[in-house]
Design a protein around this ligand. Structure first.
Ligand code: AHG
Ligand code: MN
Ligand code: MN
Length: 336
C-alpha cells in the first residue's frame, strides 16, 4: 500500500476540495508540534516532565508540569504558522493575541494536555484543538469575546492521542481522518479515512462515582444499561472509563458506544465538568462528522452560543441512537 503522509493529504485537499492554504498550514503546524509533545510524553521522567508544576489554572485545577510545557509548545507553534490571530487555552485565563502584524485569518482554542490525571501513571492522554474564523476584519488584536462563536462555525477540529501509538484525528468538515505517527520516520501516515461511529453501541463511559449526584434522566438511562439482557434494552453493555476525553472519543470512533459527563446536583451553577470551547465543541464536530451525535442532554452542542471562554457544558456524545435516547429522557424528564 502506498503511504500517504499528512502533508501530501493536505496538498490533495487543497487541490481537490479547495482547502485554504492557510488552514493547511495550521493543521500541519499542530501536527508538527504534537510530534514534539509526543516525544516529551514518551520520555516521561527521563525528560523531567512528570509531576506538578505548583500552580493553578483559571479553573482552580492544579497544573501538571506537562500541562504547562505543552501549552507553551502549542502557543509557540501556532503563532509560528503566521495564520493565527489569537489563541485560547484551558491553561490561560484569557486569549492571547499573536504578535502584532497584518490580519490573520484564524483563532485557535486548545486543551494542550487532556487527561492530566493520567500523565504520571503512563495512561493515554491527548491534545484537543478547535479552529474558528477570526471575526475581525482588521489587524487589531482579538479578545475573549471574539472566540464566543458556536461550535458549528469551526473550520478544523480534532485531537492527538498519545497512547501506545500517537495518532492525529481531525475533521475539516469532510469526514474524519486518522493519521498514525510513524516513530521511525517522524511522519504522520493516513491510517483511516471516512471514519464512522459503529451504529450498534456495546459500551458506555461515565464516571459512576458521581452516580448519587446525577439527574433523573441520566440515572434512568444508566440503570437500563446496567440491567442488560434482563431489562428493556435486552442486551448487555460493557463499561469503560479512561478519564481522558481524548481516549474515550478515540475508542468511540474506533469501536462505538457513548460517552457522558453530565451536570450533577453538587453545584447547580456548574453545567457539567468539560469545557465547551476546547473539549466539547471539537469532539462534538468529530462525532457528527462520523455519523454520531453530541448534545448537552437538551440541545445540540454545536449550536450553543458560548458566553464565556471557559464555560462548562454537560456532554453526551457517541452513537446516534444512544445519544438520541438519553436526550429524549431529558426531554421527558424521566426519573428512576
Ligand atoms: P483535563 O485533564 O484537560 O482537565 O481534562 C480531564 C477531563 C476529561 O478529559 C475526562 O473525561 C474527565 O476530565 C475525567 O474526569 P474525572 O476526574 O471525573 O474522571
Ligand atoms: Mn481536558
Ligand atoms: Mn487539559
Amino acid at each position: 500500500m502506498q503511504e500517504l503522509t499528512l502533508e501530501s493529504w493536505l496538498e490533495g485537499e487543497q487541490r481537490n476540495y479547495g482547502l485554504a492554504a492557510d488552514l493547511a498550514l495550521l493543521v500541519a503546524g499542530v501536527a508538527k508540534v504534537s510530534r514534539d509533545i509526543s516525544r516529551q510524553v514518551e520520555c516521561g521522567a527521563l525528560a523531567g516532565v512528570l509531576g506538578l508544576h505548583g500552580t493553578e489554572n483559571v479553573q482552580g485545577e492544579e497544573q501538571k508540569e506537562l500541562d504547562v510545557i505543552s501549552n507553551e509548545m502549542m502557543l509557540k507553534a501556532v503563532f509560528e504558522t503566521g495564520v493565527v490571530a489569537a489563541a485560547a487555552s484551558e491553561e490561560m485565563d484569557h486569549a492571547l493575541a499573536s504578535p502584532a502584524g497584518e490580519r490573520k485569518p484564524y483563532l485557535i482554542c486548545f486543551d494542550p494536555l487532556d487527561g492530566s490525571s493520567n500523565i504520571d501513571i503512563n495512561v493515554s492522554i491527548g491534545t484537543i484543538f478547535s479552529v474558528l474564523p477570526n471575526p475581525r476584519e482588521d489587524a487589531s488584536a482579538p479578545e475573549d469575546a471574539d472566540f464566543l462563536q458556536p461550535g458549528q462555525r469551526q473550520l478544523a477540529a480534532g485531537y492527538v492521542i498519545y497512547g501506545p501509538q500517537t495518532q492525529m484525528v481531525f475533521t475539516l468538515g469532510r469526514g474524519v481522518v486518522m493519521f498514525t505517527l510513524d516513530p521511525r520516520s517522524g511522519s504522520y501516515i493516513l491510517t483511516a479515512s471516512n471514519v464512522q461511529v459503529p451504529e450498534a453501541a456495546k459500551e458506555f463511559a461515565i464516571n459512576c462515582s458521581n452516580m448519587r449526584h446525577w439527574e433523573g434522566p441520566v440515572k434512568r438511562y444508566i440503570a437500563e444499561l446496567l440491567e442488560g439482557t434482563t431489562g428493556v434494552r435486552g442486551k448487555d453493555f460493557n463499561m469503560r472509563w479512561i478519564a481522558a476525553m481524548v481516549a474515550e472519543v478515540h475508542r468511540i470512533l474506533c469501536r462505538g458506544g457513548i460517552f457522558m459527563y453530565p451536570r450533577d446536583a453538587r453545584d447547580p451553577s456548574r453545567p457539567g465538568k468539560l469545557r465547551l470551547m476546547y473539549e466539547a465543541n471539537p469532539m462534538s464536530w468529530l462525532m457528527e462528522q462520523a455519523g454520531g451525535r453530541a448534545t448537552n442532554g437538551h440541545e445540540r452542542i454545536l449550536g450553543i452560543k458560548p458566553e464565556k471562554l471557559h464555560q462548562r457544558v454537560a456532554v453526551f456524545l457517541g452513537a446516534k441512537e444512544e445519544v438520541e435516547r438519553v436526550t429524549d429522557y431529558h426531554a421527558k424528564n424521566f426519573t428512576l
